[in-house]
Design a protein around this ligand. Structure first.
Ligand code: FBP
Length: 558
């Protein structure tokens, strides 16, 4: 017998809100086609790679008086990549739509991520099963994984397993890489006339899967609110004890949307933004100089405490580190056998330093042993360095300590520097979804089935107008090819969904920039507290500052 917390019991009763067009029911919909689309770049190459899925129109739904005729269907769903709050609600929304369309329809969940469809590992959802997971965080309903679905053999095996279950639609809930794979699978099925549609849902706490039609990926809202609560609590502690600098690394592998949003919600003393570091070509030394300068200026005011937010992916944006990591990735692949034969990390360092280009070898050598070891860890299946395992916050603390010691000798630092390192990532990925994410995810799942009902494939479920109340949200879809371009992966040019990085000319970054100096020196901390699920909608349903500022800027442009 499972023990449920009082909040869990309450949340199971929560009925997520749907956009008005979807409220009339899955059978009462009208599809409105927008204009044809094209990929963000490299149109000819993407079109050649996706002849069946390329260039379809954007679509939106309206409620309709006429009933949609719904054939019996079996659908499979896959959770892919890192956890994000609300994934269970995507499945719940999908399930409810499927059953409303025809109670004989079936929803299968493939277990453990994309490998589930390849290996034929699945469960069939029932009311009882689904009901236990409504409005809960996590992906434990069927588990997730990072297997990259890309080879002909994998597609063939997936097809075989779909045939066995009579599946004619697959929903892939994932980030940019997983949705790229969703599009490849859609293209494969379309080319084979397999009669299996594929729809993606935009997931990732990192917030880097977005564009004009996809205002935000799900999970970002809850994750940022969770981290902001924790950062706020630490700010109170720092402001009470007045003896520590807290260096907080925040998840967000490639983009700093999480760091930026948390900064706007909490107003810490230092916020590093990876995209800015890259644009200004800031070296590790200049980052350390900037941070040490803030520490010293606060110390001069008698404040030997503060809060610094560090993006998870920072290390990959520092020019000399970026060049070194790229060289390291290639080198490690080339000398894999030699590295496997090495007895310990010390031996590996020697082999690597000899194999790297001289300038990169110097950068590698200059790093503390801990960081060097972390850089040698396995890459993820998409070829990314696992930045969550690199303790950048500790690297910066060590370097700032050294810099402050020098400054002390020069009479430029009169104070104490005691630092604490934190990493907030996993804490936010499986939190109870906020009302926003509970509603958004349920709508995305429900809407994914609506797209299938109209025969679409290779589309991403899109729900827009998200700063308005949920009933005013706009439901529809966009072709996945619309978000694609060609990028180099594992040494080869591949079609991928373009990551949305922080726009340094945008309103969100501008807000940070305008306040940075004030927040650095004065204590302007905001303490957001815990996510609220019950009470006035102005507190419970409100979403992120990022969305608010971006929407205001969009409206001002119109
Ligand atoms: P997704 O892009 O798959 O959503 O995952 C993002 C993320 O949460 C990153 O912020 C983080 O770097 C990574 O997952 C950690 O992955 P893992 O769960 O494999 O440690």
């Amino acid at each position: 017998m499972k023990t449920l917390s009082p909040l869990q019991v309450e949340r199971l009763q929560y009925q997520p809100k749907l956009p008005k067009a979807l409220q009339a029911g899955i059978k009462s919909l009208d599809l409105v086609e927008g204009s044809a689309t094209q990929s963000v770049r490299d149109q000819e190459e993407i079109k050649a790679l996706f002849p069946n899925c390329y260039g379809g129109p954007t679509v939106t739904f309206n409620a309709s008086e006429e009933e949609v005729i719904s054939e019996k269907r079996n659908i499979g769903v896959i959770l892919s990549g890192g956890q994000a709050p609300g994934g269970h609600n995507v499945i719940a929304g999908l399930y409810d739509a499927i059953k409303q369309a025809n109670p004989e329809n079936k929803l299968y969940g493939f277990l453990g991520g994309p490998s589930g469809i390849i290996e034929g590992q699945y469960v069939e959802f029932t009311d009882e099963f689904i009901n236990e997971y409504r409005n809960t965080g996590g992906f434990d309903i069927i588990g997730s994984g990072r297997t990259k679905l890309e080879t002909e053999e994998q597609f063939m095996a997936s097809w075989e397993n779909c045939k066995k279950l009579g599946i004619n639609g697959i929903v892939i809930i994932g980030g940019d890489d997983s949705n790229t794979n969703a599009c490849m699978l859609a293209e494969f099925f379309a080319a084979k006339n397999a009669g299996i549609q594929v729809i993606g849902c935009p997931k990732t706490i990192d917030g880097d899967l977005k564009n004009e039609q996809i205002e935000i990926s799900f999970g970002f809202d809850t994750a940022c609110k969770t981290y902001s609560e924790l950062v706020g609590n630490i700010q109170r502690d720092a402001n009470s004890a007045k003896k520590y600098w807290h260096f907080i690394k925040l998840m967000g592998r490639s983009a700093t949307h999480v760091g930026l949003e948390v900064a706007l919600q909490t107003q810490p003393n230092i916020t590093m933004i990876s995209e800015e570091i890259e644009a200004k070509q800031m070296s590790l030394k200049s980052i350390v100089d900037y941070m040490s300068d803030v520490v010293a200026r606060r110390a001069a005011n008698g404040k030997n405490f503060g809060i610094a937010l560090i993006p998870e992916g920072l290390i990959e944006f520092v020019p000399e580190m970026k060049a070194m990591i790229a060289n390291l990735n290639d080198t490690m692949a080339e000398i894999e056998a030699k590295l496997n034969a090495a007895k310990n990390d010390e031996e590996k360092f020697v082999i690597i330093e000899a194999a790297l280009e001289p300038a990169n070898a110097e950068v590698f050598k200059s790093l503390p042993v801990l960081i060097k070891s972390q850089l040698l860890m396995d890459r993820d299946p998409h070829g990314n360095v696992q930045v969550s395992k690199i303790e950048t916050e500790k690297l910066l603390i060590a370097m700032i300590e050294e810099r402050l010691a020098e400054m002390k000798k020069e009479g430029k630092f009169v104070g104490k520097f005691g630092a604490q390192a934190h990493f907030f990532g996993y804490e936010g990925r499986c939190a109870f979804p906020s009302n926003f994410d509970a509603d958004y995810c349920y709508s995305l799942g429900y809407n994914a089935y609506a797209l299938m009902q109209f025969g679409l494939t290779g589309y991403l479920s899109s729900v827009r107008n998200l700063t308005a109340p949920a009933t005013e949200w706009i439901a529809g879809g966009i072709p996945l090819t619309m978000m694609m371009n060609m990028e180099k992966r594992h040494g080869k040019m591949k079609p991928v969904i373009q990551k949305a990085l922080v726009d340094l000319n945008g309103p969100v970054f501008k807000k940070l920039q305008d306040n940075r100096e004030d927040w650095a020196i004065n204590d302007c901390y905001v303490f957001p507290g815990a996510i609220q699920y019950f009470g006035p909608s102005s507190v419970c349903d409100i979403t992120t500052q990022t969305l608010k500022l971006e929407t205001e800027a969009k409206l001002a442009r119109v």
